[in-house]
Ligand binder design. Sequence first.
Ligand SMILES: Cc1ncc(C[n+]2csc(CCOP(=O)(O)OP(=O)(O)O)c2C)c(N)n1
Ligand SMILES: [Mg+2]
Length: 425
Amino acid sequence: METAMTKQMPRELTRQQYLDLYYYMRLNRAVEETMVKLFRQNKIVGGLYSSLGQEAISVGTSYALQKKDWIAPMIRNIGALLVKGVPPRDIFMQHMAKYDSPTKGRDGTSHFGDLDNLHIVSPISMLGDLIPVMTGVAIGARYLGQKIVTLTWIGDGGSSTGVFHEGLNFAATQKAPFVLILENNLWAYSTPVRRQVPLENLADRAKAYGIDSYIVDGNNVVAVYNTSKEAVERARAGEGPILIEAKTFRRLGHAQHDPAEYVPKEMRAYWEARDPIALYEKFLSTEKLLDAGGKKEIDDKLDTLLAAEREFAENSPMPPPEFAEGGVYCTGDDCHKIRAKWERPITEVTPPRSSVEAVWAVPGFGSGKGSGGADAPIHFGDTKAVVEHPANNGRPAKAVTKSAGKTTTRKSSKAATGASRKGRR
Ligand SMILES: Cc1ncc(C[n+]2csc(CCOP(=O)(O)OP(=O)(O)O)c2C)c(N)n1
Ligand SMILES: [Mg+2]
């Protein structure tokens, strides 16, 4: 097991890829800046969160995915939605609870998804619940024969919840093609990371589950992309889940209502000087990938796009009041038309038959082989032919029957009789 690798293989990007990363970070920031204006005009319904200073993580991680892969975004992953192909107008309308929004005004912030086309699972909680959900998507798709990777994000605070640990253990046990991005932005609301977890590197959490992890500078978009690409490729190759800790800083409060006066000034100043977009602009200009003219073109493109998207969103109506009572219960096809996309004959696998060869075989998974290459015990009874129990004065309590490669355990007749007698009393 390798843990917390900090060096990634150098990977050359094409000029277009370098520029795409820049464009999406700029789009991410511009979309959020527009929403701050809408919030101040009282046009946003509910809270408004910000990923200022964390754009390189949302963009660099999701850019490493293929179209067929699945994501579940958190509140600070608008950049990932944009890379996946969600138009800014949907994000605006969702925050404004408009009728034309993805949830038709029923839900807010990033609580929306697109299962059919973009493969986005709507977030149910920011605090870890999507880890088992995305593990389920990953192993479900593997069962269907789809070679996809699933990815979600978690905060430093969210990595201390029970479901984080249950979920990651589940993913590791299932060898799920799943990548988890831990955005360590040093704060969980007003709690500094040092006061909620006694670890220097949160990537070390992976050790508990026997999975690999990486640490990456979350303000360096190329490093984030390269690391994510490597992790995604390894997960797709069947190496199991991978955790990436991206070190960064939450530049604004938890949400618009929080002035974050608890953040030390020196800390803020340190990170403001490491703005991911400013750093990347410097890199692009040194590498002669972007000049003043190219930058002006992108500025203009963003201005035009966002003015149109914002206008569309503002002109969309609020939902009619009676609309609130619909869509509470699933009513079948008029509610949703999600069908599993089978990539193997359906008769082979409904019901699943163990004689059917897996379409996507994952080495070491389900074979009973331990990581050391030896046969790992699957059943308790595999460890010894006769299990002696100290409370039984060394007499056998269980016997093991081996037949045709199968191992089953059964209680010795004496012990079984004793147990049942005891039960009857
Ligand atoms: C059970 C529960 N408690 C509290 C909250 C409110 N809440 C949402 S995110 C959050 C802080 C999460 O911090 P972290 O995981 O570090 O993510 P960050 O906000 O820094 O991105 C809190 C307290 C919640 N959504 N659910
Ligand atoms: Mg945090």
